[in-house]
Design a protein around this ligand. Structure first.
Ligand SMILES: *Cc1c(COP(=O)(O)O)cnc(C)c1O
Length: 406
């Protein structure tokens, strides 16, 4: 879109949308229904972007559209806590028992930033640890060696972040407990929290090695630091209780977003009551939001989570597994957990960011454009996860594999 280029930096309102990692012009997409999207010329595509995670039910699911419409007609927001917030919080807490209290915000970025503030207040410590290639939104202290969009643009960290802020963040290697142990020992008594994507999904999908999350739980507990799971992607995606249920590891704080807003802007952070009671007005950690807990967002989230039954997860798992096995070819590898998947252009699926970066990104770019020409929209970077939705049925997976084999 020519006008977009003059109106927005790089023509976009979020960097990865600019297709810099694959080249060429993004299509102008104007409609979505189920697993499909349509461009302004009426061409239909199969969509694996899924709005980068939220659209677990596909585009415009009837129950979510109805819920949003009903909420819009009811007016608001009203400037006081409403029933929609309570309903969504009850569903989340019932499926993620580590969350006794929760605070809704408007983006995953805000949620991660606020969870760190709570961790610092709870421990009286300043330093945090993240993982190379882990992405937790664009808050200053988390734009250190960030993956995803920042990585695609080859800007580890970002201009405009004060050195004094970046210095508060230490970086460890994903799936490498020794690197975590080393950081915790080197800064003993000073680390407030370790924040991790329990299934890394912003360097392409990189599942945790056996024992990695359990090891993080033990190491943080003995260092007196909090363990924060960023489940913005994995929450309600890899199963009813997120990655923490799938792997049986209970974090101190959890960061959520994407799916819980049913496609509308959202974030949330939560955890044990005594930690969350540090947040204002219950406690001294200030955090606020004019549109937090917006009735439209809460309604969309409730409708989405209600639709996510065990049967639905089982069905998506079946189709995603078929996609995975159909994509396996010589010289490439597929990493998958549930409906999260990446086709890596390297012989073996990576275990960390350094290995992920050694993928053949030129080959990915060529594949991406051939797929687009064949009517399949993939996330426009080797380092973004593909999102299979509940609307991707057997015929959609078959059509995808046919395009891929060509
Ligand atoms: C998308 C994402 C975020 C940031 O969420 P926004 O709503 O884009 O601010 C944080 N953490 C992870 C793991 C994400 O994938």
């Amino acid at each position: 879109m020519i006008a977009a280029r003059t109106l927005f930096p790089g023509g976009v309102n979020s960097p990865v949308r600019a297709y810099r990692a694959v080249g060429g012009e993004p299509p102008v997409l104007v409609r979505g229904e189920g697993p499909h999207v349509w461009d302004d010329a009426g061409h239909r595509y199969i969509d694996y972007v899924g709005a980068f995670g939220p659209l677990v039910l596909g585009h415009a699911p009837a129950e979510v559209v109805a819920a949003i419409t009903e909420a819009a007609e009811a007016g608001g927001p009203f400037g006081v806590t409403g029933p929609g917030e309570v309903r969504l919080a009850e569903i989340i807490a019932s499926r993620m028992p580590s969350i006794e209290r929760i605070r809704f915000v408007n983006s995953g970025t805000e949620a991660a930033m606020s969870a760190l503030r709570v961790a610092r207040a709870a421990t009286g410590r300043d330093l945090i640890v993240k993982f190379e290639g882990g992405y937790h939104g664009h808050a200053d202290s988390l734009l250190v060696e960030a993956g995803s969009g920042a990585m695609t643009l080859s800007i580890p960290g970002s201009a405009g972040v004060a050195r004094s802020v970046a210095e508060q963040t230490l970086v460890a290697t994903y799936n490498d407990l020794d690197s975590v142990d080393a950081v915790l020992r080197a800064h003993s008594g000073k680390i407030a929290a370790v924040i991790v994507e329990p299934i890394a999904a912003n360097m392409g999908v990189v599942p945790p090695a056996r024992g990695f999350l359990e090891g993080l739980r033990d190491l943080t507990a003995s260092a007196g630091a909090l363990l924060i799971f960023d489940e913005v992607i994995t929450g309600f995606r890899v199963g009813p209780g997120g990655a923490q249920e799938l792997f049986g590891v209970r974090p101190d704080l959890t960061v959520l977003g994407k799916i819980i807003g049913g496609g509308l802007p959202v974030g949330a952070y939560g955890g044990r009551a005594e930690l969350m009671d540090l947040v204002a007005p219950a406690g001294p950690v200030y955090q606020a939001g004019t549109l937090s807990g917006h009735p439209l967002v809460m309604a969309a989230g409730v409708a989405t989570l209600r639709a996510l039954t065990p049967e639905l997860y089982a069905g998506v798992e079946r189709q995603a597994a078929r996609l995975e096995s159909g994509l396996r070819v010589e010289g490439a590898s597929v990493a998958r957990v549930g409906s999260l998947l990446t086709l890596f252009f390297r012989g073996q699926a990576p275990r960390n960011f350094r290995e992920a970066k050694s993928s053949d990104t030129d080959a990915f770019a060529r594949f991406f454009h051939k797929m687009l020409d064949s009517g399949v929209v993939l996330p426009p970077s080797q380092f973004e996860a593909w999102f299979v939705s509940a609307a991707h049925d057997a015929s959609v997976i078959d059509a995808t594999l046919e395009a891929a084999s060509r």
